[in-house]
Design a protein around this ligand. Structure first.
Ligand code: HEC
Length: 120
């Protein structure tokens, strides 16, 4: 299972072309997923980024890149934003805005059934 995941990761990283794919590649390469989640769904105090407004995400990333933050919590973003180019930010925010959960079809398959009486 893990081999398969790694295989697809490498495949995505090697053949990425569209802004969405480039953004996804950056998201993995720069380690953004370690705080914001593999599906950009957010983890605890780290905000979800999936399907959020491109304009606002761009505004925030450019602010962090200029070393501006509104509170101590946000300061940790500065390290991750300082080296992003305008192009990187454009690709990343396209990835966020257009994010599609590629596994969801599998996870919410109709054929899934709970065994037993459903645990009433
Ligand atoms: C070490 C953890 C960490 C990593 C890694 C990280 N972030 Fe963040 N990110 C945060 C925190 C903390 C905030 C601010 C949360 C708040 O405003 O309270 C944040 C906020 C953001 C926001 C603004 C969200 C909002 O709702 O205002 C964006 C966009 C973002 N991060 C993108 C990224 C990108 C792109 C990367 C990778 C280059 C990344 N982050 C890597 C912790 C992280």
């Amino acid at each position: 299972m893990h081999y398969l995941l790694i295989f697809f990761l490498i495949l995505t990283c090697t053949y990425a072309k569209t802004p969405y794919e480039l953004g996804k590649k950056l998201y993995i390469q720069k380690g953004c997923y370690s705080c914001h989640g593999h599906k950009a769904e957010g983890i605890l105090a780290y905000p979800a980024l999936a399907n959020r407004a491109k304009g606002y995400m761009t505004y925030k990333l450019k602010r962090f890149r200029s070393k501006l933050s509104d509170n101590q919590q946000q300061e940790m973003m500065i390290t991750f934003a300082v080296n992003l180019s305008d192009n990187d930010i454009d690709n990343l925010t396209t990835f966020f805005t257009e994010f599609v959960d590629e596994e969801s079809e599998e996870r919410y398959d109709d054929s899934f059934q709970v065994s037993g009486d459903g645990g009433s």
